[in-house]
Every structure is written in structure tokens, then in C-alpha cells.
Design a protein around this ligand. Structure first.
Ligand SMILES: [Zn+2]
Length: 127
């Protein structure tokens, strides 16, 4: 069976159901890297990379029993495009809650945090 864990991105449109470059025609390409780490853990952080085809409004937390966790990356990208910035980054704690496998019990806040870096390449401006 597929993973039925509730995700932050469930039911949320990805840039209004279009890809990033369709939504922002002035953008040539996007590379978003999300580093997903756990506080106090010695395990290597999980790295997820998104392109202009795959990037969405949210990155879902990789913690196995994290519910509705993750980070919103759409706002950063919109702001970067508005200001025509090529590099952007921010970091934030996971907003999710840890729960039992079926989600009946929660055990408090997820201890993951995310570091997001984004690079945007713009098409040459029209003259
Ligand atoms: Zn989480």
C-alpha cells in the first residue's frame, strides 16, 4: 500500500497546478535544495533537490512518523522572482507533529529542521 501519512502538501495546489516555469515565464531554471536534518541526530541530513519541473509549494518532512510536517518553499521563490534575485536561502523548524504509525496519538513537535537554498536562472530581460 502507498504511504497514507498525512502530508503538508496534501490538497495544496502546486503553484496553481502548473509548473514553476509556467507560472513564472521569465524563469529559465530553478534549483532548490532542501536539507532535512534532525536535531541531535548523528545521521546524515536528507538532501532533496527540486527543479523547475518538480518544485512545489511545500517540501514534506522526511521523518517517518511526522504528520503534516515540512516547510513552505513557495513564498521564498515568489519573493525571489519578484525581486529578480538569483540566490536565496532560509532555515526553519518542522511544523509537524510526531505521531504513532496510524496517527491516533501524537507525541509532540517534530524535531526536524530544514535548510533551503534556491537558485534561479532568469531568461534575458526583454529590451
Ligand atoms: Zn517533521
Amino acid at each position: 500500500m502507498a504511504d497514507h501519512r498525512e502530508k503538508l502538501s496534501d490538497g495544496k495546489p502546486f503553484f496553481g497546478q502548473v509548473t514553476f516555469s509556467e507560472r513564472f515565464p521569465g524563469v529559465e531554471s530553478v534549483l532548490v535544495t532542501v536539507q532535512d536534518s534532525e536535531f541531535g541526530s548523528t545521521e546524515k541530513p536528507q538532501i532533496t533537490r527540486y527543479s523547475e519541473e518538480s518544485v512545489g509549494e511545500f517540501h514534506d518532512c522526511t521523518a517517518t512518523y511526522c504528520y503534516k510536517g515540512g516547510i513552505r518553499i513557495g513564498n521564498l521563490l515568489r519573493e525571489m522572482v519578484r525581486e529578480r534575485k538569483e540566490d536565496g536561502s532560509f532555515a526553519r523548524d518542522c511544523c509537524g507533529k510526531l505521531g504513532s504509525p496510524k496517527g491516533r496519538n501524537t507525541y509532540g513537535k517534530c524535531n526536524h529542521f530544514f535548510e533551503v537554498t534556491a537558485k534561479i536562472v532568469y531568461k534575458p530581460a526583454k529590451v
